[in-house]
Design a protein around this ligand. Structure first.
Ligand code: NAD
Length: 363
């Protein structure tokens, strides 16, 4: 089988883990890593013995790079993905694809024009429980979605910000960290026409504390007629992390804290499944999520559940590159489709926080 040769852009928490994963796989090879200050990249070079590049241009000019993984801070994704497309490199772009629908469309157009594959990194779709939930909904198990809900809330100690993740200008806002849950809602309940959202930065304020919102509450109007809501917060004393879809014939509830997917009918739980098929990941997920949802740190390795999930999403990316069939539920991860839709919902939500009106979602 042809090996896919990768270049990695950004070598922190996520990029370094992707580098390890590519290094370990026989189907892929790690050609070089680039990070803007070289610090993360040098650490990856020492650990894995790969090459590093000092500039993005250097990385993109390499003949031994077939595809790039964009794992830099959020604000840089559009310019770097577009540069990669122009250099004829396939692109796996970490979420979010962009902060605006327009920027997402620019990436999509450039990828199309240059004939390269573009995939958005919505890792949570590859958790066994969420994939099962999607397949059950697609098979008609709960009928037509009527009411959808997602929550990713927990307590983040107000403390001086130590990196870009608390800087609204670079992260785009907390909702872009939690765009996974928006993607899951769109994936399971269909496109959203309009969003009303409220929130702001209520307690994570003061010198050095960062500028990100710490609470956003959203209400959705789905195009298919369903309604939905979501809460995203780092000020909740009572943590919660779940996705629930109620349909005409039943309901599905994925709860990350209990690590269980439950099928409900007529107000009663009737079947339950683990969120992870692999017992080690399942046990880890339960203990990890008891603390509340993670907010990510540049210094630590991602949780085990990510480490066991990331190879599955990379496998789908590589299948596409090799012209092999991809499970239909994952097709919209390509050509920027789901990346752009989720971005459009966040963009409309942030607009709604300011306008205090229901805002249309661009399509
Ligand atoms: N799919 C997921 O579940 C998931 C989880 C965590 C992070 N992410 C995404 O991965 C990306 C990176 O997040 P992280 O947690 O690794 O952050 P991080 O801060 O740990 O790492 C960022 C890396 O990018 C480098 N960098 C900074 N500016 C750069 C630039 N202009 N060009 C190239 N490199 C640059 C830094 O030196 C560092 O090596 C983000 O977009 C984030 O949203 C996705």
């Amino acid at each position: 089988m042809k090996q896919i040769r990768y270049g990695i852009i950004g070598a922190g928490h996520f990029g370094a883990e992707m580098a390890r994963m590519i290094h370990e796989r026989t189907s892929s090879a790690l050609s070089a890593v680039y990070s803007v200050n070289g610090v993360g990249a040098a650490r990856v070079r020492e650990e894995l013995g790969c090459e590093t590049e000092d500039t993005l241009e250097g990385l993109l000019a390499r003949e031994d790079v077939d595809a790039v993984l964009v794992a830099s801070p959020n604000v840089f994704h559009p310019e770097q993905a577009i540069a990669a497309a122009r250099a004829k490199k396939h692109i796996f772009c970490e979420k979010p694809l962009a902060f605006t629908y327009k920027d997402a469309q620019n990436i999509i157009r450039e990828a199309e024009k240059n004939g390269v594959t573009l995939m958005t990194g919505f890792t949570m779709r590859f958790y066994d429980g969420f994939a099962k939930m999607k397949r059950m909904i697609a098979d008609g198990c709960i009928g037509e979605p009527l009411a959808a809900f997602a929550s990713r809330v927990g307590w983040d100690e107000p403390k001086p910000a130590s990196g870009w993740k608390k800087d609204q200008g670079i992260s785009g806002g907390h909702l872009f960290h939690h765009i996974h849950e928006i993607d899951l809602l769109l994936w399971m309940a269909g496109p959203v026409d309009g969003v009303y959202a409220a929130g702001g930065n209520l307690i994570h304020t003061g010198p050095g504390m960062g500028t990100q919102d710490d609470l956003i509450l959203l209400n959705f109007h789905f195009a298919g007629g369903a309604y939905g809501s979501m809460e995203s917060s780092s000020l909740h004393q009572i943590p919660q992390h779940c996705v629930k879809i109620n349909g005409t014939k039943g309901g599905l509830e994925a709860d990350m804290r209990t690590s269980q997917l439950t099928l409900w009918r007529n107000g009663q739980p009737v079947e339950a499944y683990p969120m992870f098929d692999d017992p080690e990941s399942q046990a880890y997920n339960i203990s990890y999520n008891q603390k509340g949802p993670a907010h990510g740190s540049p210094v630590n390795r991602p949780p085990l559940t990510f480490r066991t999930t990331m190879p599955k999403e990379l496998c789908v990316f590589e299948k596409k590159l090799l012209g092999e069939p991809v499970e239909p539920i994952y097709e919209d991860l390509f050509a920027g489709a789901s990346g752009a839709s989720a971005t459009a919902v966040v963009e409309a939500a942030l607009r709604s926080v300011r306008s205090q009106k229901l805002e249309p979602v661009e399509k």
